[in-house]
Design a binder for this molecule. Structure first.
Ligand SMILES: [Ca+2]
Ligand SMILES: [Ca+2]
Ligand SMILES: [Ca+2]
Ligand SMILES: [Ca+2]
Length: 316
């Protein structure tokens, strides 16, 4: 009898622990705008607004994400229309002017990044730099850092939004059209040898999924947060649209943080992400579509509805 009771309590504890790990919060409708735009660019760019919203369990969330945009070092621009930096190709970029961030080590690495829409880049737990353009126009970046191997690379990716809390923007005749995401990166060592590309060997986990028109479509199994059954159709009004949030674990970017239980990153083609008309990408295919080391766009399993995705890899 005691034995059974003990087994039952142990089982209850296990279930609770698993449940706590999977806890999801939901909000309904639009967030309150707290910033009307992190950057002034013009040129038809969308304002990079920031909002706050309370979920139904009483927690407070910043959308699309809490970022270091206003306080942290911006990455050097490969291509940035807002700053008038628009080289035709990689050979026109002067890499000597890129500052080297000291992430604790002697070896110097160079990373090239294009994100739809925003990234923060960490090496061995330290924030190297953040994307210089949060939303649009699309831009691309380069960062250098010194570190010791193994190097844990962590990227926070944010698919920015116009309709705060509802992961959507005006487009295709709808006011609430969900936008898509994706991050591509290639990292080389001092000799120019490629040491890392974004691909399915990376880990990727979502922390904000929106808009959701039917909460029953979201399926959680362990660490898998699967929204593939959710509609990506968007709509003409905010009525009935929700968002799902999971708290970002403390120290997720640190080398000691174990991501083995996170899902593998999912890769997406250039066509799916839609980079054809984006010179921030197409002027740098030497980098992002390198013939010997073709970096892939990565994200979580839902390129459209997952809007805040943490990605991790390691350079050995
Ligand atoms: Ca950007
Ligand atoms: Ca986007
Ligand atoms: Ca590629
Ligand atoms: Ca999205």
């Amino acid at each position: 009898m005691i034995k059974i009771a003990t087994a039952a309590s142990a089982l209850f504890f296990l279930v609770s622990a698993t449940h706590a790990q999977e806890t999801v919060s939901f909000s309904t409708g639009l967030a309150q705008e707290v910033n009307s735009g992190l950057i002034e660019c013009g040129k038809g760019s969308r304002p990079s607004k920031v909002g706050e919203i309370e979920s139904e369990d009483g927690l407070s969330w910043t959308v699309p994400a809490v970022t270091g945009y206003s306080t942290e070092e911006h990455a050097t621009d490969l291509y940035n229309e807002c700053a008038g930096i628009e080289p035709d190709s990689f050979s026109d970029v002067d890499l000597d002017t890129v500052p080297v961030f000291d992430a604790g080590g002697e070896e110097i690495f160079t990373a090239y990044i294009f994100a739809d829409n925003y990234f923060e880049f960490f090496a061995n737990g330290q924030l190297v730099a953040v994307d210089s353009v949060p939303f649009t126009p699309f831009n691309s970046s380069v960062v250098k850092f010194s570190a010791s191997r193994p190097v844990t690379i962590a990227i926070m990716g944010v698919d920015w939004e116009e309709n705060l809390g509802l992961g959507s923007e005006a487009g295709r005749g709808k006011k609430f059209q969900p936008g898509d995401a994706g991050v591509v990166a290639i990292i080389s060592d001092e000799a120019g040898e490629v040491v890392s590309i974004t691909d399915s060997s990376w880990k990727a986990q979502t922390f904000y999924t929106s808009p959701i028109s039917d909460r029953g479509c979201l399926v959680q199994t362990g660490n898998v947060r699967d929204s593939s059954a959710c509609s990506t159709a968007g709509g003409k009004s905010a009525k009935g649209l929700s968002a799902a949030y999971w708290p970002i674990p403390e120290g997720w970017e640190q080398p000691g943080f174990d991501v083995t239980a996170w899902p593998d990153a999912v890769t997406f083609t250039n066509d799916i992400v839609g980079v054809d008309n984006k010179p921030a990408f197409t002027n740098f295919t030497d980098l992002f579509d390198n013939k010997a080391h073709d970096a892939q766009f990565i994200w979580s399993s839902n390129l459209v509805l997952d809007n805040l995705v943490l990605m991790r890899s390691q350079i050995n």
